[in-house]
Each structure stands twice: as C-alpha cells, then as structure tokens.
Design a protein around this ligand. Structure first.
Ligand SMILES: [Zn+2]
Length: 110
C-alpha cells in the first residue's frame, strides 16, 4: 500500500468516525430527553395519586356513618380486594386505589 492510498483510507475512516460520533451524540440527546420526560410523567403520576387519595379521604370524612353493608365492602377493599362490579373479588394490584370501588363504598346513593 503506498502512502497516498494509506492517506486516503485514513481520511475516509476519519469521516466515518465523525459521522458515528454525531450519530452517537444525537442518540445520547434523545435518551436524555426520554429520561426527562419519564421523570416528568412520574411526578405527574404521583400528583394524580395524591389527589385521588385526598379526594377519597375527603369523601370518607363526609360520610362517617357507613351502613353495615358498606362497612363490609370497605373491609374487603382494605384487605386488598375489589368490590366494584367490574372487578369484584379480584385482588387490587399492588394495593392500587380503585375509583369505582371507592365510589361504591363512599359515594352518594340516593
Ligand atoms: Zn374496583
């Protein structure tokens, strides 16, 4: 291989490396954007959960006198089971609050 060929090849390789480096930093930027977005969503999710808990508590305080049947439903719910018609008897995954269940236990009934 003469020196001209070697020089050309090195030059070409240098261009490829430059393109790869640019691609890498673009991917890196996208990753950071995604991580930021993810963190934002987690915070928003937490706020929504807190809000649901607040609402659930408030509704609970407004009707301290639960009927016997509602107390039984509340007991079941607190033991980790759904009492709503959609999921009745199923376990609440990771103890997640269910808005349908709380509506049934604490909601207004005319
Ligand atoms: Zn439920």
């Amino acid at each position: 291989m003469d020196s001209q060929n070697l020089y050309d090849e090195l030059k070409e390789m240098n261009q490829h490396l430059g393109a790869t480096a640019a691609e890498f930093s673009q991917l890196h930027e996208s990753l950071i954007e995604l991580m930021e977005k993810n963190a934002e969503l987690e915070i928003e999710n937490q706020h929504l959960r807190d809000r649901i808990n607040q609402i659930t508590e408030k509704v609970g305080h407004n009707s301290p006198e639960l009927s016997e049947s509602r107390k039984n439903l509340e007991k079941l719910y607190n033991e980790g089971f759904h009492v709503c018609s959609s999921y009745y008897g199923k376990r609440r995954e990771n103890g997640e609050d269910c808005i349908f269940c709380t509506e049934i236990i604490y909601g207004r009934r005319d």
